[in-house]
Design a binder for this molecule. Structure first.
Ligand SMILES: CN1CCN(C(=O)c2ccc(Nc3nc(-c4cccc(NC(=O)c5ccc(C(C)(C)C)cc5)c4)cn4ccnc34)cc2)CC1
Length: 285
């Protein structure tokens, strides 16, 4: 049933704000895993719509700020963004309800299908293009992700790939995650200006996107292998970059390298990246 379904009394949406979901309309099913915030479960909304429900462990996020932001997030709609349907904020823990992606995180998908994916450059490039389209939409709406990585993208049916949890990083309370010196900070996906001044922008998302491309073409290897965070910071600041993945066209690696320009202004926008990747795909495949 779509929200404009007439079978629901017209006033129904008015009593609740439309981003507020009535928990009685949710049926919680199996656990999908747990992340930074606690348990995530598959569910059914209004009996038929497949959803993922993040149950936010108390004290893990600044809830009121997030609930305010959820109104904006529900308006961000694109085929390559995991759609936020709404929140259940009237009781604790709060629930974040999104569309369901049946194949889980892109990182686990790459690792699970490494055998068949390694030889399929076309599919790997298509995954990168899909994510780039989602990120170009966020860029157009001046929306910064702040934690773009293969672990934060999700895979649905027919090799659909979508960007998830955009903007959520701002509401994490754990300073091990939020401060660049913290043990949980995603150092390996951060550009120099984020490491030095935590200056996030769409151009810092572009740097992270370059690392995500490297994750895709290595089918889920850990960037910089077992190097410690301090060693990675040193290398990045010296301008050392990730080497070309074995199974990756040189033209594709050249695009990755542009995402790792030291200065943000020398990195391409997602809009430009999308055009470059599509033309490489047309030429090479
Ligand atoms: C054949 N395989 C069997 C195993 N398998 C699964 O179990 C599986 C299937 C579907 C899954 N889908 C989803 N899984 C999740 C999910 C599951 C566990 C953890 C998380 N992630 C989080 O909770 C989380 C992510 C990021 C962040 C910050 C703020 C740091 C950026 C905070 C919290 C998401 C969210 N989803 C949103 C839409 N669809 C899903 C997840 C797992 C995949 C398929």
């Amino acid at each position: 049933t779509s929200p404009c379904d007439r079978s629901v009394p017209a006033t129904a949406g008015l009593s609740h704000d439309k981003w507020e979901i009535d928990p009685q309309e949710l049926m919680l099913l199996e656990e999908l895993g747990s992340g930074q915030f606690g348990v995530v479960r598959r569910g059914k909304w209004r009996g038929s719509i497949d959803v993922a429900v993040k149950m936010m462990k108390e004290g893990t996020m600044s809830e009121d700020d997030f609930i305010e932001e959820a109104k904006v997030m529900t308006k961000l709609q694109h085929t390559n963004l995991v759609q936020l349907y709404g929140v259940c904020s009237k009781n604790r823990p709060i629930f974040i309800v999104t569309e369901y992606m049946r194949h889980g995180s892109l990182l686990n998908y790459l690792r699970r299908h490494k055998q068949s994916l390694t030889s399929n450059q076309g599919l790997l490039l298509d995954m990168c293009i899909q994510i780039c389209k989602g990120m170009a939409y966020l860029e157009r709406h001046n929306y910064i992700h702040r934690d773009l990585a293969a672990r934060n993208c999700l895979v649905g049916s027919e090799n659909i790939v979508k960007v998830a949890d955009f903007g959520l990083a701002r509401y994490v309370l754990d300073d091990q995650y939020t401060s660049s010196g913290g043990s949980k900070f995603p150092i390996k996906w951060a550009p120099p200006e984020v490491l030095n001044y935590t200056r996030f922008s769409s151009k810092s998302d572009v740097w992270a996107y370059g690392v995500l491309m490297w994750e895709v073409f290595t089918c889920g290897e850990m960037p910089y292998g077992r190097l410690k965070n301090t060693e990675v910071v040193e290398r990045v600041q010296k301008g050392l970059i990730l080497e070309k993945p074995k199974t990756c066209f040189k033209e594709v690696y050249d695009i990755m390298r542009k995402c790792w320009s030291q200065l943000p202004e020398n990195r391409p926008s997602f809009r430009v990246l999308k055009e470059q990747l599509i033309s490489v795909a047309q030429r090479l495949l």
